[in-house]
Design a protein. Structure first.
Ligand SMILES: C[S@@+](CC[C@H](N)C(=O)[O-])C[C@H]1O[C@@H](n2cnc3c(N)ncnc32)[C@H](O)[C@@H]1O
Length: 186
């Protein structure tokens, strides 16, 4: 299924693939809970955090706890089933500090300079127009925003090449599975 939006060609998962992925994540989570893996990102109480490409929302409850009542979490995804799934979690756990936002291609309705921290886990490899994607993340991040960009199903070399070519983020540190980036300003 292909959508042409915001000057780029975006692949959106077919619904059946999204549902299958959700099932796999739930089974994995049952044996090996993943949510606390975001604890190492240094999310501060009262901060504004964006889970970009949140999928079914495996990290949303934990992110909500970490930012606390004074903070805010944006759960962002291109897929309507992801938004639906996160909305269910918000109702189930009565999470009041989380907003869901469905993107239009790589365009997202979040104001400039909003986020203290953005994490994009297991999704960078899916983004075709990585330049407009990284530019949009730069726009919604604050000047000292931290971007945590997981390689997902692509090599580290590929991830770094994309970040470098975008020109709008600087790689600050590298970990085994993800890059820590800081914004470049023009
Ligand atoms: C493999 S899932 C990972 C979900 C979650 N980040 C996790 O690690 O559990 C990838 C998610 O990224 C979303 N996605 C892919 N391209 C996107 C884009 N350009 N903008 C927003 N979300 C996107 C997909 O719809 C899917 O829900």
């Amino acid at each position: 299924m292909k959508d042409v939006r915001y000057g780029s060609e975006i692949d959106k998962m077919p619904n059946v693939a999204f549902r299958l992925m959700t099932l796999v994540f739930r089974i994995r989570n049952f044996f090996k809970p993943m949510s606390r893996s975001i604890d190492k990102f240094g999310i501060k109480k009262g901060s504004v955090v964006i889970d970009y490409g949140c999928g079914p929302g495996m990290y949303i409850k934990r992110a909500s706890e970490l930012v606390g009542d004074e903070g805010l979490v944006y759960a962002v995804d291109i897929h309507e089933l992801a938004i639906k799934s996160v909305k269910k979690l918000l109702a189930k756990y009565k999470l009041c500090n989380v907003k869901t936002v469905q993107t239009d291609g790589n365009k997202v309705e979040i104001s400039d300079n909003t986020a203290d921290l953005i994490f994009a886990l297991d999704m960078f490899h899916m983004v075709k127009d990585y330049r407009s994607f990284l530019l949009e993340l730069n726009r919604i991040g604050k000047r000292d925003c931290t971007l945590i960009l997981e390689d997902g199903h692509q090599s580290r070399i590929k991830s770094k090449e994309k970040v470098d070519k975008s020109g709008c983020w600087e790689i600050e540190k590298e970990y085994k599975k993800y890059l820590i980036c800081k914004p470049n300003f023009f």
